[in-house]
Design a protein around this ligand. Structure first.
Ligand SMILES: [Zn+2]
Length: 81
């Protein structure tokens, strides 16, 4: 049987645990960034021509081109970039 130094064994074990933890953290940060990007794409940006307020509305359907301003209820067309 191969004899392994107990300190080396635990050092390897801790190194493996740290690697798994880092991989887990990176994986979840990537998942979060991706879902945040999806949220941004589902939001439509509007700018009120009457009071100048910039606001967003969730994009329910693609043909929705106007949304009422939360300040003055004026119907504004969506901004395009
Ligand atoms: Zn307004």
């Amino acid at each position: 049987m191969i004899s392994v130094d107990i300190e080396f064994f635990f050092a390897t074990l801790i190194a493996c645990a740290v690697c798994v933890y880092l991989a887990y953290e990176i994986y979840w940060s990537l998942i979060e960034n991706r879902s945040r990007g999806d949220d941004n794409r589902k939001q439509t940006l509007y700018c009120c021509v009457r009071c100048g307020k910039v606001y967003t509305r969730p994009r329910d359907r693609d043909d929705e081109k106007t949304a009422p301003c939360p300040n003055c209820a004026f119907e504004n067309i969506r901004l395009r970039f």
